[in-house]
Design a protein around this ligand. Structure first.
Ligand code: SAH
Length: 315
């Protein structure tokens, strides 16, 4: 029923696998299995003309099953994390050893961005740590750079651990740095306060969200940014297509898949960096700084021309 969207589907039409080795010919097929086809981003508003009839082939069943299947998708994911110990080892899937490299890589990525975007005048900086787990990212890194950090995390025993780990304020010179708010909500249901955040940090949790929830989350979260605020998304990257993990119900997307979703969110890549020094057997990890308006050329000329835009060919 979705073949009529294939031409526009791009990377989402690349094949992928699940953790049992089963192959899917497209993300559309995978999402159809997991939550019902109507929920896939390939069938989102951008490709379906307004008022167009939904594909008629079997969609009644999918519609009926749709919300139930979606709930099941999320509750399986949450159930997995509820069974995980509230520790660094736990949230890092037994790879507590990557914590130091991760924190270093994040700081090296964020520092110049903060200087570039907010450097001119000293200001009170506020960040949101999404899918915060036990507050590892906030504690080791965000709180050093921001006066206030809010945490959003759906699993209560993680958020409680975060509260304990972050109970004391940190004084940096004359500045107070503290964890301010703790929200026990999954990202697909969370709407940030308008204009509160300089940076919204999303690390190792966006794979829990379906494509359409990914898009609507970012669209709501944009409103939570200050005018020159930005997102950092730090995630595992699949070599091609996607990998569905049946154990925790998450999807590891390829770089091209992410870029398609960013497009659908109206987000632009400001800069990118790969995380270095990770064990070979793990997925590659990338950091994307995402902004809500087209980046201008900077002094060092590093960005400005998107890869696929026309350029003059000299003979
Ligand atoms: N970002 C943290 C935790 C990573 S572990 C860190 O880097 O240390 C993945 C986290 O995603 C877990 O805390 C898990 O509970 C959370 N999570 C699971 N489903 C989620 C959802 N739907 N929305 C937001 N977070 C989710």
């Amino acid at each position: 029923t979705n073949s009529n969207f294939a031409a526009a589907a791009g990377e989402m039409d690349s094949r992928g696998f699940d953790s049992t080795g089963r192959e899917f010919s497209s993300a559309t097929e995978m999402w159809a299995q997991e939550i019902g086809a109507t929920a896939s981003a390939s069938a989102s508003a951008s490709e379906v003309p307004p008022g167009a009839a939904a594909p008629s082939n079997g969609d009644a069943g999918e519609e009926a099953g749709g919300e139930g299947k979606r709930e099941e998708w999320y509750s399986k994911g949450i159930a997995y994390w509820q069974g995980v110990e509230a520790s660094t080892e736990g949230v890092l899937g037994g790879y507590g050893c990557v914590n130091d490299a991760d924190v270093k890589g994040s700081a090296a990525f964020l520092r110049p961005l903060l200087a570039e975007r907010f450097g001119a005048v000293k200001r009170h900086l506020v960040a949101l740590d999404c899918g915060s787990g036990i507050g590892r990212v906030t504690k080791n890194f965000l709180i050093k750079h921001f006066n206030e950090v809010d945490l959003v995390e759906p699993v209560a025993h993680f958020l409680e651990a975060a509260r304990e780990n972050l109970s004391s304020c940190m004084d940096v010179g004359h500045d107070t740095h503290k964890a301010a708010n703790f929200y026990c909500i999954p990202l697909q249901d969370f709407t940030p306060e308008e204009g509160r955040y300089d940076v919204i940090w999303i690390q190792w949790c966006i794979g829990q969200l379906t494509d359409d929830d990914f898009i609507s989350f970012f669209n709501r979260a944009k409103v939570g940014l200050k005018p020159d605020g930005f997102f950092v998304l730090k995630e595992n990257i699949a070599k091609n297509g996607f990998v569905l993990d049946k154990e925790d119900n998450s999807v590891t997307r390829s770089d091209a898949y992410f870029r398609e979703l960013f497009n659908k969110c109206g987000l632009y890549i400001h800069s990118i960096k790969n995380q270095k020094e990770l064990p070979e057997e793990l997925f590659a990890v990338r950091m994307y700084a995402l902004v809500t308006s087209q980046p201008k050329v900077t002094k060092n000329g590093k960005r400005g021309r998107p890869k696929n835009s026309p350029r003059i060919i000299r003979s």
